[in-house]
Design a protein around this ligand. Structure first.
Ligand code: UD1
Length: 334
């Protein structure tokens, strides 16, 4: 029996595949390389010394997807396929809703057809909008997302809830990620944003590497200790391990719908991140303070208690490992 991983060549997908293979799982990956590279597959093999089956398809292609279910004994699906650039989603809402929401629907419908009802979904803390309280618990209200990317996550969460109401033999885990950073310690896989990065850490590493001139710090007049935005950065390997724990939970329970925050519970400001990066790597990061970025909130960090209690998972890697591994990856891939 295998775990089907959609988007398994992507940033979080590839790190999760490594953890799945390390725990002895059989893995089938589908990916269309729309935001990832073929080399990642060999890097996964190199890290784990294990193999997996791979199909180069888009999950909207129902026929091709059915073939994957025909040819393999799939026990569970982890869905990492999805567009994730916030700014781009505002410019291309139809593409984002089609890929993320319609893609998830085709996937779920195909799973139903083949009697596979165990599903782990990559959601995001973005579903909390401007959070009603900090730290954010899973009970906080969701909604009022500020872009189609975030709204697509919200819609899929709702679809999963409705699906579970219609048939409670489904076994679903929704994971709300906070801010994933870092890379596998081997430096063989990591984050590879296309074009100029939007997220903080990929930008910081490129300034340190000299490929970008300086970081714009988006606002220093927020109601936070140093005025810059505070987030819950989580090492991608910790995040990947959270998926293994989620899968184990679903294997124990056999049915249900579960929602967990995957964060560290620590909030770091933009300037904290810059300083930590400089201290860990010895590289300097030029920055200037600019206007706030539209749609940004002051503070966002998780209360990760529920995941600790119910999954036996907690983030282990700190800000130094996050900076070290992000830098290590870039040094190897400059
Ligand atoms: C963003 C997305 C969120 C998505 C997440 C993925 C928005 C509004 N939200 O979260 O939906 O799930 O990425 O990781 O885009 N910053 C700078 N300069 C930069 C880049 C960022 O100062 O060049 C600041 C931001 O203002 C923010 C912090 O760094 O305070 C983190 O930003 P970012 O990495 O883009 O993540 P989020 O905005 O938290």
């Amino acid at each position: 029996m295998a775990i089907l991983v959609t988007g398994g060549a992507g940033y979080i997908g590839s790190h999760t595949v490594v953890e799945l293979l390390n725990t002895g799982k059989e893995v089938v990956i589908i990916d269309d390389f729309s935001n990832s590279k073929q080399e990642v597959l060999n890097a996964i093999r190199e890290i784990t010394k294990k193999d997996f089956k791979f199909y180069e398809i888009n999950y909207l292609n129902r026929e091709a997807l059915e073939k994957v279910f025909e040819e393999n004994k799939i026990e569970a699906v982890m869905n990492f396929a999805g567009f994730k650039a916030v700014g781009e989603s505002i410019k291309k809402p139809i593409e984002y809703y089609t890929n993320n929401v319609s893609g998830a629907l085709v996937l779920l419908d195909t799973m139903r057809k083949y009697g596979v009802k165990t599903f782990v979904f990559s959601s995001s803390a973005t579903v909390y909008g401007d959070p009603e309280k900090i730290p954010i618990t899973e009970e906080c209200k969701t909604g009022e997302t500020t872009n189609p990317y975030g709204t697509s996550k919200l819609f899929i969460e709702q679809i999963l809830k409705d699906l579970y109401v219609s048939d409670n033999s489904w076994n679903i885990c929704i994971l709300r990620y906070f801010n994933p950073v870092g890379a596998h310690e081997s430096g063989l896989i990591g984050e590879e944003p296309q074009g100029i990065p939007n997220n903080l850490m990929p930008y910081v590493v490129r300034v340190a590497a000299g490929t970008l001139k300086e970081l714009s710090v988006f606002g220093n007049d927020y109601n936070t200790p140093d005025g810059t935005g505070v987030r819950d950065y989580i090492h991608v390997v910790d995040l990947a391990k959270g998926h293994i724990k989620a899968l184990e939970k679903l294997e124990r329970e056999q049915k249900g719908l579960y929602i967990y925050n995957l964060g560290t519970g620590n909030g770091y400001s933009v300037l904290d991140m810059v300083k930590a990066f400089e201290k860990t790597t010895g590289k300097s990061v030029a920055y200037k303070i600019t206007e706030r970025r539209q749609g940004d909130i002051a503070t966002c960090y998780a209360d990760p208690t529920k995941a600790k209690q119910e999954l036996g998972w907690e983030a282990k890697l700190g800000i130094e490992e996050m900076c070290r591994d992000s830098w290590n990856y870039i040094e190897r891939h400059k």
